[in-house]
Write a protein that binds this ligand. Structure first.
Ligand SMILES: Nc1nc2c(ncn2[C@@H]2O[C@H](COP(=O)(O)OP(=O)(O)OP(=O)(O)O)[C@@H](O)[C@H]2O)c(=O)[nH]1
Ligand SMILES: [Mg+2]
Length: 485
């Protein structure tokens, strides 16, 4: 039996548990925050939300209705006006509702003022609220409070933002799944299993008899295997999740005049890009968001690739080449009415290792290109014939785009649990530590060596749900939120 030269790491599971109690968070819960929760601009209504202990009293300073807000039951809307706290002038006619903590989004006492949706009037209502004793909220501060009050964990809070930003129905489903805690449940279960085995190790260290050590070692191996398998399952779906969340970046590339811009227009269903018979029409990258079967695609039309003396065009060509490397999906457009040329061959070489479809365009014209030659670079099912000008074959192309980008998983109905790069990175790190623990045990080190890595894995998983997250991480996450959420 080998013995670690590393210092023995000891802890008690109790010490490891739990995030910082709310009461320990400095200054938290004392301030009343306010923000406009609806987008700025003209609309039917605008909502000002106010949260924090004492917010009902603050609103009562500026609200005039049949009753004081404090005397109205929770979650019941009442009608009245908001007045200027200094001169009593009416600012807006409103509906007001108070939600008594913990039955509110933040978990604190909350008030919503529903007023008329004009930028000036809503600014005046917010101003009245602030002068009555609230302060302006920071971006994401309502959700941050919901998190600190234990109303949701970090993955759920992040999912709120994903839901707001969802660009497609598939993205909405992924976000909603995460908001309901689908990922958290899995992460908690894995952490429980690790905590369990860590407690076993503790016992082993306290009573270092050989038998116990053996049993613990095999227990570690079993648990690691189960948790790694779970992580692998999550990571497998994660790539799909990310594409659904952020959109599949699809670059249309090819030499000049093959019909790239025409293809963008055909996919978008509108005249997004300028089309002319002059080679070199498109010089910069244009993009358009489209949805295909609920999956968002960010389709980029690029400058035709050729050698050129034109400075502007040359920069465009450089960008096109770069997109071949960076896109999630490449649509290489070829002109079927002409023979393959040097540039086509160069692009075929560049795209063959990438997720790509070869789009042989202008199928309405007599064909000159020998399509079979293309099968030397990609399998048959990656080659499509279309006529961007008439729209022939474009629907089938769209279907294949979904299949090629997502590997057929989009239609499976089961939304991916992981879509966030932060979560993916932590899962990978946790996995590495678990494997290190397994290696230590396999090589016959004492179990306390494995314990160090198990604890690291346990912490990484904790960071996903926010239980072992530091203040700077929280600030970074919540500052990306919109104001009033
Ligand atoms: N017959 C036929 N002509 C097409 C088709 N698609 C595009 N064209 C024509 O081909 C010419 C070039 O089309 P664009 O869409 O501007 O080509 P592009 O690849 O964007 O060209 P650059 O921006 O210069 O790189 C135009 O005259 C189009 O009308 C097609 O399916 N059939
Ligand atoms: Mg073009």
């Amino acid at each position: 039996m080998k013995v670690a030269r590393r210092t023995v790491c000891r802890w008690s599971p109790r010490f490891l548990c739990g995030r910082k109690g709310v009461s320990e968070v400095e200054g938290f819960g004392e301030e009343i925050i306010a923000a406009v929760g609806t987008p700025m601009g003209e609309g039917g209504i605008a909502v000002v939300r106010i949260s924090g202990r004492g917010c009902v009293q603050v609103v009562d300073r500026i609200f005039r209705g049949r009753r004081r807000l404090a005397d109205v039951p929770s979650h019941r809307m009442i009608h009245g006006v908001v007045v200027d706290p200094e001169n009593g002038e009416t600012v807006d006619e409103v509906l007001v509702v108070r939600m008594q903590g913990p039955h509110s989004y933040t978990g604190e006492d909350t008030v919503e003022i529903h007023g008329h949706g004009g930028p000036v009037v809503v600014a005046r209502v917010l101003d009245a609220v602030v002068r009555a004793g609230a302060r302006m909220a920071e971006p994401g501060e309502f959700t941050k409070r919901a998190f600190l009050n234990g109303r949701m964990d970090l993955t759920q809070a992040e999912a709120v933002m994903d839901l707001i930003r969802a660009k497609s129905d598939a993205a909405r489903r992924v976000a909603l799944g995460q908001m309901s805690g689908a990922l958290s449940v899995k992460v908690r279960k894995m952490r429980d299993e690790l905590l369990n085995v860590m407690a076993h190790i503790e016992v082993t260290i306290d009573y270092p008899e050989h038998d116990v050590e053996e049993v613990t070692a095999s227990h570690i191996r079993d648990v690691v295997k189960v948790v790694v398998r779970e992580i692998d399952g999550l990571l497998r779906q994660a790539q799909t999740g990310r594409l659904i969340r952020d959109g599949v970046r699809t670059a249309i590339v090819g030499k000049p005049n093959v019909g790239k811009s025409s293809l963008l227009n055909a996919l978008a269903g509108r005249e997004r890009a300028i089309v002319t018979e002059i080679p070199g029409t498109t010089r910069d990258v244009l993009d358009e968001f489209i949805q295909i079967r609920g999956v968002p695609f960010q389709v980029l039309d690029t400058a035709g690739i050729r050698e050129t003396e034109d400075v502007v065009e040359r920069i465009g060509v450089q960008r096109s080449r770069q997109w071949v490397e960076e896109a999630d999906l490449v649509l290489l457009v070829l002109d079927g009415s002409r023979d393959l040329e040097e540039v086509d061959l160069e692009l075929l070489e560049r795209t063959k290792e990438r997720p790509a479809l070869l789009v042989v365009n202008k199928s309405d014209l007599p064909r000159r290109m020998e399509i079979r030659r293309l099968f030397a670079w990609v399998p048959r099912e990656r080659v499509m014939e279309v006529a961007a000008r008439t729209g022939a074959g474009v629907d089938e192309l769209a279907r294949r785009m979904v299949r090629t980008a997502l590997g057929g998983e989009a239609a499976s109905g089961e939304p991916a649990a992981v879509s966030n790069v932060r979560h993916m990175a932590l899962l990978r790190e946790a996995r590495e530590h678990l494997q290190a623990a397994e290696t230590a045990v396999r090589e016959g080190w004492t179990v306390d060596v494995a314990a160090v890595d198990l604890r690291q894995a346990w912490e990484r998983l904790g960071q996903i749900i926010g239980e072992t997250a530091g203040d700077d991480l929280l600030n970074r996450i919540f500052s990306q939120f919109c104001l009033g959420k």
